[in-house]
Design a protein. Sequence first.
Length: 681
Amino acid sequence: MYIGFLLAIVFLFLPGFALVRAFSIRVPLPLSVSMAPVVSAAYYGVLGILYSYIGITSSPLTMLIPAAALLIIELILHIRKGRCHILSDWGTVGAIALYAAVGTCIGWYVFVRSLPSYSGMVEQYDAIFHANLVQRFIATGDFSCMGIDTGTLDSSFYGSSTTGFYPVAWHEVVALVTMSGNISSTMAMNAVNWAYCSVVFPVGILGLFMVLFKDDRQTILIGSIVPVAFTAFPWRDLLWGPIFPNLASFCSAPAVALAFLVLFSPMAEAKDRGKLLAAGIMGIIGLGMLQPNAVFAVAVFVVFYIMHVMNSPEGYRCVAQHSKDRQYSASGRRLQSLLLLVACIAVWTLLYRSSFMQGVVSYSAWVSYTTAAQSFINILAQAYMKGMNYYTFPQLCLAAIVLLGIAAALLRRETRWLIVPYGFFCIAFIINVSTDGFLKRYLTGFWYSDPNRIAAICAIMAMPLAAIGLSVICTWVHAVIARYSDLPEKLRGPLPALLTAAVFLLMNFYPNYIDPGNSAAVTTAFGEIRSQYATAYAKTAPYSEAEEAFVQECLSILPSDAPVINDPSDGSVAAYGFDGLNVVYNQIETGLRASDSEDSPESQLIRTSLVNIGSDAAVQKAVADTGARYVILLSKDDGNTSVTEHFVSEQWSGISGIGDEIPGFKLLLADGDMRLYEIEE
């Protein structure tokens, strides 16, 4: 797990850092480091398409060689030109290290330490699909995001078709970590998610804070605990779905916003704007390769920032510098900001109505589940999903700090605008969870109208406000210490921040406990999240640890990549993605198509009549066409789950009905009711 985590850091940061430094030499170090992972996503996505087109196998070596070569050339050029400033700003390097260290430690405590095993995984539809795609990349060496197919046989066998485009950058990184670390794909998935939540996201927030708060060192430093303080993001997205690529995209979004904030800053020099724009475009491509819907969250934040700049003193000087009429310029900038807002609404509406977005904006899997008043209270308590997710508990300490940050932001012109994007998404969230209609789809449809995704964005937008709130508390603590303490100035300087951070960390991350007064169990927000990880990531049903052990034993005696016919409803649907067993039926969608008889005639014959292979020539031919010579059966006593409920047992009776005495099958392995058979010639 820890080797996988370190490998994930290398694969996430190295290519992107090399590209940003190569094409934007003057870009500050925080921007280079913050943007590195999202630019790496763009790099892997584009390189995967290129390698697939020209026939080069994607591997850790072939993926890293171009980036490593670029970085070496860049370092040589810097040394020759006497430019050694890449790591010259040690204060910035220290801040990056602080955010990464705090994030890594909290991530270990919240996520890694809670896992029942490092290779544990949520056994849900999305996780199985993502694991299948990772295994497909490893098996084929084709990392292209075009024409995605996760089946182990040709898509026509399943009655499915390949997708045109699917964002695969997260899957590519997981595949690279799996191959490099020689670890299971599920362990690599956990390692990559840990890296995104604990390093990529905090470092991106750091870059954003350094632009938003400029020289406010106290807010920037105390802000190091903010990116990992909200259960709504990133920690809930490790359970919900799980939507791992969307998690990675949201984790990368602050860095992309950072690039555009620097680009549109009044202080940005004209000679740097082209490079900043290039960095921003690479960031957008990266988000597209992870999960494109994060682009809309970035756009909302950046648009409100531009409107703030237009109406700030610095923005005023930029607008008025070519105008002699000061009053005209003042009214002109307000008109410009209004026109910008109208233009953005128009673009939003056009995208909402466009045909290629209809599958996303019209998605209606989630209906309203609470009232507007209750959802407002949930927002105030930082318990966005309470009422829908049973594992949502209020974060009252954090909620008070966010409210304090809002009050403090209102008093300062340069931070007042931060309330607007947070307010926008809070309103969108209230409409999403309390109504079902056009406005819900219009405001939140770009995120599938998924309340969990909107709650995640709300949490991200609240983070600058939380940092301001913590900074205010630090100031109060400093005043108290200065008044009542004789401590020397050297100790009084860092002490307020350390005390504030220590108390907040204790209150915010306190685990579940037993009340000594009445022996009652008390559940806390992070205590419940950690408890849910321990339960959700335990391999129990439908693919248990015992079944996984049997699959591993099968792999030890089977020929490499041998197709194995299976009954997916017994949990073996996960055996390909999680362990690499080349089962024929590895897609949950197969169960849906089987219910409507949409799979191929050969597939229908195998799943309903394989048991008759000893006497049925048609079945024999159908099996021969697949190339499969083996059949695996796992336990059927795992109970019904959200995975196996997609399969109707009668439609798989031709496989599940196979037994030791059935003609045409030779028993190779047995463990309890689990079997591995060889199909006899």
